[in-house]
Design a protein around this ligand. Structure first.
Ligand SMILES: [Zn+2]
Length: 296
């Protein structure tokens, strides 16, 4: 989809399920069950929606998804269904892994960094051989000292090999990755969680990553139980959604299992409403179908 002078594509990497209680934190099930249907293990359906931003000068991939390095037991726990290798996903937009210039990872949890590396001939190597991978220094440092609750979400093989290959760029705070595309630190989900913000020809957009994982999480107090700083998440959501509503930004949700992008507006009652784009927005410029064709 054209957005300003940029071409945007959603590449859906996987679908999976997580416990509904963990996804909605302190929100009672009687409320969240109206938004998301739980299976008999109380898990709700989610997706990993990668965003490809082609600025014309650079190809930026936002997030890498769960990737392929999953033992069967864990894949079953998350009901993980991978929808394609990185090359298969990129083929939909006429690209290969060699074409990606930058990979932005919002934070280093396994459902965001899992696809950053692949196993080849017994070695774990970067999936995108020519890319600079952008992550926050503070997030990287934290992953090595995470306590018992936090450390289960980090797998070192997702990102240490990037550093060994000289492809990991650790930035400290807000940073312009390539003209028109920025990472901005929000905190909340993790202390150094970052979102991706872009501007092109007067159009603005944001990829919220795990600050607002699905459209059901637009209400600021509907914060995930996984968040390290849930009160901060609530405030950050209000602040960013207010800006997005005032300037009609395109907003993108990383784990939304339906159409994952659209616009927010602020109602007279002070409530944020979300309107999805039409499914045709998910069609690839290459003419090779669309992101949801293989899903749900
Ligand atoms: Zn996530």
């Amino acid at each position: 989809m054209k957005h300003g002078n940029f071409e945007l594509s959603i590449l859906r990497e996987c679908k999976f399920r997580l416990d509904g209680g963990a996804m909605y934190g302190v929100v009672p099930k009687t409320l969240w069950a109206k938004q998301a249907q739980a299976d008999d293990l109380n898990r709700v359906l989610l997706a990993c929606n990668l965003l490809l931003i082609d600025t014309g000068a650079a190809k930026v991939l936002v997030e890498t998804g769960m990737g392929s390095r999953w033992p069967q037991k864990e894949a079953e726990r998350y009901d993980l269904h991978t929808l394609g290798t990185a090359d298969q996903l990129l083929d939909q937009v006429g690209l290969t892994v060699d074409d990606i210039d930058f990979v932005i990872i919002s934070h280093l949890h396994f459902d965001h960094a899992g696809g950053a590396t692949i196993e080849r001939d017994g070695k774990i190597i970067p999936t995108f051989p020519n890319a600079k991978y952008i992550a926050q220094q503070g997030e990287f440092d934290f992953s090595f000292k995470a306590n018992a609750r936090a450390k289960a979400s980090y797998r070192k093989d997702d990102y240490v090999p990037l550093q060994e290959h000289g492809q990991l760029v650790l930035v400290d705070g807000d940073h312009e990755v390539t003209p028109g595309v920025w990472v901005k630190v929000t905190g909340g989900h993790t202390s150094h969680h970052q979102v991706v913000y872009w501007e092109s020809a007067g159009q603005k957009g944001v990829y919220f990553a795990d600050i607002i994982p699905t459209k059901s999480h637009v209400t600021p107090p509907w914060v995930m139980g996984y968040d390290h700083f849930p009160l901060a998440s609530c405030d950050i959501k209000s602040e960013w959604l207010s800006k997005a509503a005032a300037e009609n930004w395109l907003v993108v949700f990383d784990h939304e299992p339906g159409i994952p992008w659209g616009h927010v507006s602020l109602s007279d009652k002070g409530k944020f409403d979300f309107a999805t784009l039409d499914a045709s927005s998910l069609e690839f410029a290459s003419g090779k179908g669309r992101a949801l064709a293989s899903v749900v």
